[in-house]
Design a protein around this ligand. Sequence first.
Ligand SMILES: Cc1ncc(COP(=O)(O)O)c(C=O)c1O
Length: 345
Amino acid sequence: MNTIDLRSDTLTLPTREMMQAIAETKLGDDVYGEDPAVNDLEVLSAKMMGKESALFTASGTMSNLIAVTTHTHPGNEIILGDESHIFWYEVGGVSAVGGVVMHTLPNSETGELDADMVSETIRPKNIHYPDTALICLENTHNRCGGIFLTQEYTKSICDIAHSYGIRVHLDGARIFNAAIAQNIPVSKLAGDADSVCFCLSKGLSAPVGSLLCGNQEFIGAARKRRKMLGGGMRQAGIIAAAGTVALQTTVNRLAEDHDNARQLALGLSSIPGISINPEMVQTNIVLFETPEAVPAAEFVKRMEERQVRLLCFGQRLVRAVTHRMVSSHDIAEALNRIEFLIMKL
Ligand SMILES: Cc1ncc(COP(=O)(O)O)c(C=O)c1O
């Protein structure tokens, strides 16, 4: 029985073309700005995001940390969703390292922050208050099941922020999924935000890395911050070379992952006891609830025994993510194994 691993799109292994680029790339010292593969990747990334400049970082977490700490000063406040990745999964880094206060607002089911609530939360100038310096959005939204933000929504929040002289950072770890799902250039989704980061090592299948993009002044300051955090990686072209191939060859195929996610969602919706709304599956993340009597942790464990790997995401919530290493055939097989387990329960 083959293992079908749906825990995350970070599991994707590099393609043969990426391995070839890694073997053949010219290298230099990136801290001196002399690694041609890193420089090429940064130029290409900035261009795709419609920004002046870009910075190669080790991970999405590092990109978000650099972005938030570059946009803010210790004692500032940032506004972000209570389901955001920065709030849940980044070890409180922006507070620990950057000294900022995280002011969370409820994320709607669709990953949005309510615009009126955002306006009301921005602090008036007052000697007692921390200064609100930044709003963080997430597209696609991981904990909201890979749902995408539209360009119009992102613009509406950026317009509010900018009217108060506040900046917006967009955690676009999976922004290419958002662009492909909406059939629009990724630069449109990133355009209004002051900074955006995206990951190479998720659906795009590169082994390592993330890019932070923004204007030249911001990226100059971010580059210094990356050095402070120990993220100057010398001959980083070894990994950047694969990143460039990822951007050139794997973006359009994300549509296939979205089709597979829909296939999974529709299949799950017809299994008695499983709760899911397939309409909410817009990209490559599928969230579903286990039958009432079966805690998610137990369900995940039992599926693991049947060689289908899933993530426990809550009391009864399970996450499955489609990616390049699982085919439509694998999804059909995973559905068979899930149905078989449910019948036996
Ligand atoms: C929305 C979002 N932002 C940031 C990250 C962090 O990326 P990394 O795992 O490369 O640190 C992730 C990872 O899953 C993510 O889903």
